[in-house]
Ligand binder design. Sequence first.
Ligand code: ADE
Length: 228
Amino acid sequence: MRLGIISALAEEQHGLIEALESPYKLVHGMREYTGGKLWEIDAVCVLSRIGKVAAAMTASILVEKFGVTHIVFTGVAGSGDKNVKVGDIVVAEELVQHDFDASPLFPQFEIPLTGLSRFATDTALTERLAAAAAQTTRVHRGMIASGDQFIGKLAQIQALKAALPDLLAVEMEGAAVAQVCFELGVPFAVIRTISDNANDDAAVDFMHFIKTVASRYAFDVIERFCKE
Ligand code: ADE
């Protein structure tokens, strides 16, 4: 097993790179890939930067150039449900690209030629991440939606919730990694700590959260996940 660990921003992966034993670094396509042993696990950590294209590119390179066999995306997200609070963790069971709409050629959200609008995460990885996260905070499992938009208006999140009633969280990368991993046959999981409520306060809450607690959560969960 070689585990690829992706986050969009440095704050979301803080401490993991420092925890890598015998690290080696390689810059490719404007990203720095750091490999090594992470609590006995062969791992490669990388920051994708923000958005679906950035995440898809990073996931593809991890598989094709670094030979990772499994991928975990760890980061923050906006809440997509009233029961999902700031500081809770959402572990994805399915991911949707909420801004994908090729209708009337294909149903809204469906990714042409895959026949799918939702990509399922790997059950074993998801179980283990959820178990590791449950020792840190409250954990929810279900659907996460990704799009190339920061959701920072109440009307935006309400419209998304109306279109996707089982939505738990919104972010900007997970579903892109999901499509790449589906197409390449690589098991993957997505874990997100809620930083904001994707409403009019989202930008301020996001900035505060990312500067304070975001990294601590991710570090604790990934450490437990690797050790167990
Ligand atoms: N990541 C964290 N908060 C988010 C939001 N409100 N919209 C999109 N991505 C996010």
